[in-house]
Design a protein around this ligand. Structure first.
Ligand code: AMP
Ligand code: ZN
Length: 113
């Protein structure tokens, strides 16, 4: 009963940006930057503290690179964030990588984006 499992399976609507065999990327519902896309593994993991097989990790990062290129931020620069657990304010317990860009960001700001 996980919202991002359902999105990756196409059972809950999303604005798809990219997909490969093991990862799915879609637009964040509540964007914090001009570019704000989420990349998730199709299988359920709680966050990056969970161990992922090498092929799924590779697919996840292939999707991050593809999203950066498709959204046109691969040259201008982008930031990835993956909140893990309560202190990081993770709100959806399915591993997800925020891909943020399209405008300058503060350096080293430990807050959410
Ligand atoms: P986090 O706070 O790191 O757990 O991030 C969860 C993110 O998921 C937030 O940025 C939400 O805006 C986003 N989000 C939650 N539900 C959906 C959804 N159904 N479709 C797209 N983005 C979502
Ligand atoms: Zn899930």
């Amino acid at each position: 009963d996980c919202i991002f499992c359902k999105i990756a399976a196409g059972e809950v609507p999303s604005t798809k940006v990219y997909e490969n065999e093991m990862a799915y990327a879609f637009e964040d519902l509540n964007p914090m930057m001009p570019v704000h896309t989420l990349v998730v593994p199709k299988k359920h993991y709680r966050n990056v503290a969970d161990e992922l097989p090498a092929d799924e990790l590779a697919a996840l990062f292939e999707a991050v690179r593809a999203v950066a290129a498709l959204k046109g931020v691969d040259e201008s620069g982008f930031r990835i964030i993956s909140n893990a657990g309560a202190n990081a304010q993770q709100t959806v317990d399915h591993l997800h990588i925020h891909v943020l860009g399209g405008a300058p960001m503060n350096a080293g700001d430990p807050s959410r984006s």
